[in-house]
Design a protein around this ligand. Structure first.
Ligand code: ZN
Length: 316
């Protein structure tokens, strides 16, 4: 069974701060009408469910996002809980908070106990301007540990114009992993773009994992979607998911620590699976040794069970 452990849904204008969103747009879009922005940003969950039907994904984890002041997107927990109530057969959800805010720990507890959240994320230190190892966050990490829900963290840099890159520090994950050895942590996008540091932190801690979401698209394998963000050039070489997968699984031996996700809409389910299944063809074409098929199977079908235990236990 394949779990897409990283995807999104949001609505425009409900989840947007227009002034901040505009600041992140290229100049040519600043005069766009509301209707043009609505067409670009509207992301009802049905868009995903449609793509899911054309893939081997059995269930998808909807992640929250609290990036109002930097990216202009702030998805409320009630919205996500409501979507899962509609489709509990194929969806699950992760609540999100800004962990330095008063009441954040109580909100996580409410979301897990009363609304059925199975994880906490997508936390974004750059999006929310905090360090993960700020002791003001510790009450939140303690609640997650006590309730046995993993943290899903976009721990590295992020593109939002007003986000402070100084908070995209992977050593802060290391600190949290030391302080909370029983708390499971997933580093999103293999730590984009601090891959070496992320591999080291994942290897160092039993309780730290990484997801490969977004990277197939960044590397240029989903051309249609990619064109929305980046020029279609060999830019992908730096982020190319094939050598990255080789590096994480073979150089660092992290075959049981990687989980698969799309970061939809920044990546589609069928294309993402196809990329993983095609990795050895690419490696062969480039004169590199293959990744054992067993490692790829684990990445898609098995590793998520150790991280998202509430989904694995329930057999849901
Ligand atoms: Zn994401």
């Amino acid at each position: 069974m394949i779990l897409d452990c990283h995807m999104h849904s949001w609505r425009y204008p409900r989840h947007f701060r227009r002034d901040v969103m505009l600041a992140n747009q290229p100049a040519r879009r600043r005069s766009w009408t509301e209707e043009q922005f609505r067409q670009m940003w509207e992301l009802p969950v049905e868009h995903y469910l449609e793509e899911m039907k054309a893939s081997d994904v059995s269930r998808a984890l909807l992640l929250g996002l609290k990036a109002g002041p930097t990216l202009g997107i702030e998805v409320d927990n009630e919205y996500l809980a409501g979507l899962v109530r509609e489709r509990p057969d194929v969806l699950a959800w992760a609540c999100c908070v800004t962990p330095t805010e008063p009441g954040a720990a109580a909100e996580v507890e409410r979301c897990v106990k009363e609304l059925g959240a199975v994880a906490l994320g997508e936390l974004g230190p750059v999006y929310g301007s905090y360090r993960l190892d700020d002791t003001r966050c510790f009450a939140v990490w303690e609640v997650a540990r006590a309730l046995d829900v993993p943290l899903v963290i976009h721990a590295g840099p992020a593109q939002a114009r007003w986000g402070h890159l100084k908070y995209g520090d992977l050593t802060a994950v290391d600190e949290v992993a030391i302080q909370f050895p029983d708390l499971r942590i997933v580093i999103c996008h293999l730590g984009y773009n601090r891959y070496e540091e992320a591999a080291f932190v994942v290897a160092k801690h039993e309780n730290v994992y990484a997801d490969i979401s977004w990277l197939p698209q960044l590397a240029g394998f989903d051309r249609r979607a990619l064109s929305r963000y980046l020029p279609q050039v060999e830019y992908g070489w730096y982020h190319l998911v094939h050598p990255l997968l080789y590096y994480f699984t073979q150089t660092f031996g992290l075959t049981d620590k990687l989980v698969w996700g799309t970061d939809f809409p920044a990546g589609a389910p069928a294309k993402g699976i196809e990329t993983v299944l095609g990795v050895n063809r690419w490696l062969k074409d480039h004169g590199l040794p293959p990744i054992p098929e067993q490692s790829l199977h684990r990445l898609l079908h098995e590793n998520w069970r150790k991280v998202f235990t509430k989904l694995a236990d329930a057999g849901r």
